[in-house]
Design a binder for this molecule. Sequence first.
Ligand SMILES: [Zn+2]
Length: 112
Amino acid sequence: MTPRPPAPDSLPQYLAEGVPKQDDADLRTLRDWIDDLLEYRQDVAAEDIDAGEGETIEAVEESSGGTVVIKKVSCGKDNCKCQSGELHGPYKYIVRRQGDSLDWEYKGAVTE
Ligand SMILES: [Zn+2]
């Protein structure tokens, strides 16, 4: 008899114990749901992107690897030019869902 494939070490115990207890139909449903969740996380719509205080969104472009956002930012220093509206950047970010919040991965200054 073939042994059951072990759960990945990184998996939390409640999943490692709970998932194998589901029947075939629920496992297939679960697999589809996981695919949907992964897709949802990748796909952050333009209307979900909020500029922080003192920031301006220059461009939002949805792509397969996450949503690309170009924005200008304020550094928060009192005597900086950005405090009078001359913002820093633009900088490029890849935005993905991380739990219930958004993860902004900094990709550097935009030069063009
Ligand atoms: Zn500044």
